[in-house]
Structures are given as C-alpha cells and as structure tokens.
Design a protein around this ligand. Structure first.
Ligand SMILES: NC(=O)CC[C@H](N)C(=O)O
Length: 389
C-alpha cells in the first residue's frame, strides 16, 4: 500500500494492508496495523494537539475511544515513563497518517508501537487523517472497529457486526472501570528537567479527590497549589469522604456518559453540596457537578479534543487557550437559577464553566492541568486551594 492514500472504501484489502477501520455505517478504511494485533469497538474522535500523544493516549477519559491524530507525525519522539497521565494507555487505539518511525529524542526509552503492543492497544497508520477528520466533522463521531491483522486476513462481516453491535458511548458508565482500587495519598509534584517529578510538601488544606479516571497532572497541580491530596475511588460514599476530614473535594475528569455515572456519583455530590463543602470539578467532574446542581448534560455532535481551544472567561472577557477532551457537555439552557455560566467556548459557544452562586462550588469543562496543552488556566487550582485555607 502506498503512503497515506485517500480513504479506501472497498471490502477487499489492498496490497500490504494489515489494519482496517470498519465504521458502523459500513464504510471501510484500510491502512497498516501497528501495536497489538486484534480488534476492538469504540467511538472514533479526532485530536488536534501537535504534541503530547503519550499524555493523550493515557488519559483515562479516552476509554472506549479510538483517536485519530490530525498531526501527521506521531511516535517520532518515542515514549518514556514520565509523560503518562495513568499507568497504562486508556484510549482503545489510535489512527495516524505516517508510519511510526524510530524515535529521535533524548528522553525516549522506547517506541510508540512497542508500548502500545505491550498494553494491548491497536494502531492504524497510512490513513488520510484529514479525510477521516472531515468525515467525523460532517457525520459526528462514529462507532467503529479498529483491527490489526499482521497476516492481512480480516473477517469483514464479523468486524462490521461488532461495530454495529457496540452500544456507543451514550448511556455508558466507564468511570467504574478506570477508577483506582483503593484510597491512597498523593504526593507527586511538578516536573523539572533533570530531576523529574518533585514531591508536594504534605502540608496545606486537605483535598479529597474523587477518581472518576483522573489524570495524574491534575493531582500534581493540586499539590503544587499548596494542597495535601488524598484520592478515593469513584464510588466512595459521603461517609468515606467525610471520614478523611477534607477541607475541599475535587471531582476528576473521566470517561463515558456523565448522566450514566450519576447513580453513585450524584447523591454523594449533592450531600457534599448540602454540607457546604467547597468543590472543584474538571470535565466529567464539572458535568457531574452540573447534574448534581440540577442541570442536564447532552452528547455533542463531534466533541472538542485538542490543545488550542479558546475559552472566554465571562467575568472579565479574558481569553484562555485551553486543552480539551470531551464529547458531552452541560446544557447552558438547563442551568438552574443558582448556577451561573463562567466560561464559554469561542469555537462554538458551548458552556465551558459553571459556578454555584449559593455554594463554594465551581467546575470547568476544559483541562486547566493541560498535559498536553497550554497553562493559561492554572489559576483555577490556586483559586480553589487558596479558598480552603
Ligand atoms: N475528559 C473528560 O473528563 C471527559 C468527560 C466525558 N467523558 C466527555 O466525554 O464529555
């Protein structure tokens, strides 16, 4: 197969094809497989970040998603043990334009394809990622199966049936699959060249972070802002949390449909609000805070995923360039009277931040911890932790 051919929509593999993306619509896109062999069903989305593929692949919010990277050279700086947001990749697979080449970077410890293979994740290269991105933009994020067969044989009817049989992300609670096993302290601090990740001071206001699929850098930014952090499971009860005597509670990012995660999360968040506990939520945590406060969430057409999304802070008109990864959003028209919109997306006007006027609780739809992305919104961690002192 030639490099990066236009999307090929035939069910006979072209010469050299060892990977395929089968959309639930019946469209078939051939490429070269890398990473693990096998097949898996999920939702195809695209991410426009130019750097940080390892952080993106390990973000637990990407569970059951297949990421099409719009940047054409993915894998060329290799992989290391530091640029990870969780201990293993959580995205189901990735789709890239160019084949993964030998890494060239002084921090590299290995190849992207080997790292994915070890984690059982499938990659697909040689794809016209611009054409695939346009397809997602025109039709919305499709359900699909990504498959890699080193000998080039594929059971196409079975792969199509698998793509069509998958439920889709709507209605799916995935936080319970990616949350940690038990309550644990967190003491990691910011990274510096030469010394790696530092440690927190172990002092300061106590933040209990509920792990719906947290990125590590969120916890690092909390300790950097001066908090002492303890992380609890997604299904921790109100009593479990209060037994830790928190000064504030953090609601993490995470995968899946917020409305489906509500069963165990919402009653706990409501009790925390009733107890006037200070709360800060990011992404899924922001969506859950919105639902607990009485708002509604909805699935977006294609979602927002990238590292250059402009967001306007409504209090003073300041623009923050943000990192984003979400496919659901709180519906701005559903906000109850005691919830104010604080930020909006300058791409499409969707709601990007809320604040409760009668409680000490706020949330943002984007990722102020970046990783990857710009750090314009880091002030939110400082504001939260300062408010607890
Ligand atoms: N990064 C996140 O927390 C994502 C939240 C939610 N799963 C969504 O896709 O909207």
């Amino acid at each position: 197969m030639a490099q990066s051919e236009p999307l090929r929509m035939s069910d006979t593999p072209p010469e050299g094809a060892t990977g395929v993306l089968v959309l639930a619509s019946g469209d078939i896109i051939w490429g070269r497989g890398f990473g693990a062999a096998g097949h898996a069903a999920g939702e195809v989305c695209f991410n426009t970040a130019m750097t940080g593929y390892q952080e993106v692949m390990t973000d637990p919010s990407y569970a059951r998603q297949i990421i099409c990277f719009t940047f054409p050279h993915i894998g060329n700086v290799g992989v290391n043990e530091e640029d990870v947001e969780a201990d293993t990749p959580h995205a189901l697979g990735c789709i890239v334009r160019e084949d993964v080449t030998a890494p060239s970077n002084f921090r590299s410890l290995g190849r992207l394809d080997d790292w994915l293979a070890e984690a059982g994740r499938i990659g697909l290269s040689g794809i016209d990622t611009r054409a695939l991105t346009r397809l997602v933009r025109e039709r919305g994020a499709p359900n699909a199966v990504i498959a890699h067969s080193p000998d080039g044989t594929f059971d196409m009817p079975a792969l199509l049936a698998e793509a069509r049989g998958w439920s889709g992300l709507e209605g799916l609670d995935l936080a319970k699959d990616v949350t940690r096993d038990e309550t644990a302290g967190w003491n990691g601090g910011p990274w510096a060249l030469g010394s790696g990740y530092g440690a927190g001071s172990g002092e300061g206001p106590h933040v209990v972070a509920i792990d719906y699929g947290t990125k590590k850098n969120i916890l690092r930014r909390l300790t950097n802002a001066g908090a002492r952090v303890t992380v609890v499971r997604a299904d921790a009860s109100y009593d479990d949390i209060m037994a830790l005597a928190p000064d504030g509670v953090f609601l993490s990012n995470g995968p899946g449909d917020p409305a489906a995660t509500g069963e165990y999360a919402i009653p706990v968040i409501r009790k925390l609000l009733d107890a006037d506990m200070p709360i800060f939520g990011i992404c899924l945590g922001h969506q859950l805070l919105g639902i607990a406060a009485g708002a509604k969430t909805a699935k977006m057409f294609q979602g927002h995923r990238g590292a250059n999304h402009p967001v306007k802070r409504l209090s003073d008109g300041r623009v923050e360039i943000t990192s984003m990864n979400h496919g659901f959003a709180v519906d701005a028209d559903s906000l109850p009277a005691n919830v104010t919109a604080t930020h909006i997306s300058l791409f499409d006007g969707t709601l990007c931040g809320i604040e409760l006027t009668d409680k000490r609780a706020f949330g943002v739809q984007y990722h102020p911890e970046a990783s990857p992305g710009p750090q314009d919104s880091d002030y939110l961690f400082e504001n939260f932790v300062k408010g607890l002192a």
